[in-house]
Design a protein around this ligand. Structure first.
Ligand code: NI
Length: 254
């Protein structure tokens, strides 16, 4: 069994064939899919999908850093509203993204801190998005880490030092399609980390792994990420599946 710990297959990119995508994942051995939210506009689509496949799709609630704008406080109110209303398996995705836009840096940090506090209050893990912002993100998590905070640095793309920092915080490292890209160097970084610190993910529809690179990503492709890890560690695919699925169960309680 494999678990895709990060997938946005509720997005409109899948409007034409969503059920087939889910079926394809299931028949490829992907028995659980974690759905991180983006903003108030995506919640309904995400919940529709998780209500259709309650044993397969597990929703998170949160405000994505690239959706943090002037109205972010209202957006955070929507997160709080839904947290009270129904069960979620984590807060995500949250974090800091300075690649697309630095305009709302201050607001992004504030939204990030606020959502970490919600995670603590509800005893939920956090799914963290980092883009051109490792030091800013790390600083906030380190300050907020009181021993109760747990989560994953999703789509990790850092170096060995950063990987060790993530592990020291007690967090998992999310590994996706990037590790299969030639010249990404991520395989060399991950090689130095033990499998029990890793989660598998796709980040569908983005970041399709080789040999599907450049196409729309989907949860069934997490198999290619697992295969690459089996190569990197020189262990059987079944062992990668067992350990990373155990990690995902442990973090999200799914
Ligand atoms: Ni994402």
């Amino acid at each position: 069994m494999l678990i895709d710990t990060h997938s946005h297959i509720y997005s409109e990119d899948f409007n034409d064939d969503r059920d087939e995508v889910v079926q394809r994942a299931y028949s490829s051995g992907v028995k659980k899919i974690v759905l991180p939210n983006i903003n108030s506009g995506t919640i309904k689509h995400m919940l529709d999908l998780s209500d259709t496949y309650p044993h397969l799709c597990f929703p998170l609630i949160g405000l994505h850093p690239t959706s943090v704008e002037e109205d972010y406080k209202e957006e955070l109110q929507a997160v709080e509203y839904w947290l009270e209303k129904r069960k979620f398996y984590g807060i995500g995705e949250i974090g800091i993204d300075l690649y697309w836009d630095k305009k709302y840096k201050k607001e992004q940090k504030d939204a990030f801190r606020t959502q970490i506090k919600l995670a603590k209050e509800y005893n939920l893990p956090v799914v963290i998005h980092v883009r051109d912002s490792f030091s800013e993100t790390y600083k906030i998590v380190k300050k907020e880490q009181d021993g109760t905070l747990r989560g994953v640095f999703h789509c990790f793309s850092g170096d060995e030092k950063e990987a060790q920092k993530v592990i020291k915080l007690g967090f998992y490292i999310g590994v996706g399609g990037l590790i299969t890209f030639k010249n990404s160097n991520l395989d060399k970084v991950i090689e130095k980390v033990e499998v029990n610190h890793l989660l598998l993910e796709t980040d569908s529809p983005y970041m399709a792994p080789e040999p599907k690179r450049g196409t729309r990503n989907e949860s069934s492709y997490v198999v290619y990420v697992a295969q690459k890890l089996a190569e990197v560690y020189n262990i059987p695919l079944s062992e990668v599946a067992e350990i990373t699925s155990g990690n995902a169960n442990n973090l999200f309680g799914i």
